[in-house]
Write a protein that binds this ligand. Structure first.
Ligand SMILES: NC(=O)c1ccc[n+]([C@@H]2O[C@H](COP(=O)([O-])OP(=O)(O)OC[C@H]3O[C@@H](n4cnc5c(N)ncnc54)[C@H](OP(=O)(O)O)[C@@H]3O)[C@@H](O)[C@H]2O)c1
Length: 257
């Protein structure tokens, strides 16, 4: 572990589980002064606070799809801790596994409200703080679903294309003022989301799939959340000082074939 985030204040959305919890822990282990975790379930966020320690981690119940909640939560973090140096947008939902004609508009809008609008809103309200201090790093969560047109995920897949597009738009506007914005594209990651997708397969297709039987690319396993946190924290750190507007593919080779 290093001190590469020493003195920095970070916001991690989806910080109560999976990749977000692993990112929050890694930021703290690498010296962050305060890691603020956003999510809807306070009980899940509390597990992350317990793992890191209440002196370095603070939980806020925030639905990232709600503009007023995001706006006031980010203002509160700024007021309480004096700055926001890092935004790690890890919150996301998969939506159902359905063909386009069976996918309801309500489900489509729900996936967009979290994956797309949530990412937009947190960037919208963190960027003025980062621009004023001429320092900041943002990482958004794309997916290899946002690079290929896989079947049965019209909502999720297209929402991740949008995340990559927004990352590039925002990076282009901000590269000159000390604020970098990147995204990363995981393949399969062993988290609650993967368990819920596999149980959907079982219900809708009647097919039981083991995690290691998935199309895991060149690997015979999904990644761990910690392997994704390594990538996210690299992009958030000064080691990536010349990386802006990138989509860092870390899918174990899933998109090679
Ligand atoms: N697992 C994979 O195979 C995989 C692959 C590619 C990309 N990803 C992406 O990786 C990211 C993290 O997912 P994960 O795999 O770590 O799954 P996860 O454990 O289910 O984490 C998703 C997190 O998002 C939070 N969240 C969902 N809706 C929210 C909302 N409206 N407001 C605030 N927080 C919300 C959840 O907390 P609450 O429910 O408490 O709100 C949860 O902590 C997601 O963006 C996902 O799309 C995952």
């Amino acid at each position: 572990m290093s001190e590469r985030f020493q003195g920095r204040v970070a916001i991690v959305t989806g910080g109560g589980s999976g990749i977000g919890a692993a990112v929050a822990k890694r930021l703290a282990a690498d010296g962050a002064k305060m890691v603020v975790v956003f999510g809807r379930r306070l009980s899940a966020l509390q597990n992350t606070v317990d793992a890191i320690g209440a002196d370095r981690c603070y939980a806020m119940s925030v639905d990232v799809s709600d503009e007023e909640q995001v706006k006031s939560a980010i203002a509160k973090v700024h007021e309480m801790f004096g700055t926001v140096d890092i935004l790690a947008n890890m919150a996301g939902i998969p939506g159902p596994s359905e063909r386009v004609e069976d996918y309801t508009f309500a489900d489509f809008k729900k996936v967009y409200s979290i994956n797309v609008f949530g990412t937009f809103l947190t960037m919208k309200y963190c960027l003025p703080i980062m621009q004023a201090q001429h320092r900041g790093a943002i990482v958004n969560t794309c997916s290899c679903s946002g690079m290929r047109g896989y079947q049965l995920e019209i909502g999720y897949g297209s929402s991740k294309f949008a995340v990559m597009g927004m990352t590039m738009n925002a990076a282009n506007e901000n590269g000159g003022n000390g604020v970098r914005i990147n995204c990363y594209a995981p393949g399969w990651v062993d988290t609650d989301m993967l368990d819920s997708i596999l149980s959907q397969y079982e219900v809708t297709k009647g097919v039981h799939t083991e995690k290691n039987e998935l199309k895991n690319g060149t690997m015979s396993r999904p990644s761990t959340p910690e392997e994704m946190a390594n990538v996210v924290c690299f992009l958030l750190s000064d080691e990536a000082s010349y990386v802006n507007g990138a989509n860092f593919v870390c899918d174990g080779g899933k998109t090679l074939n």
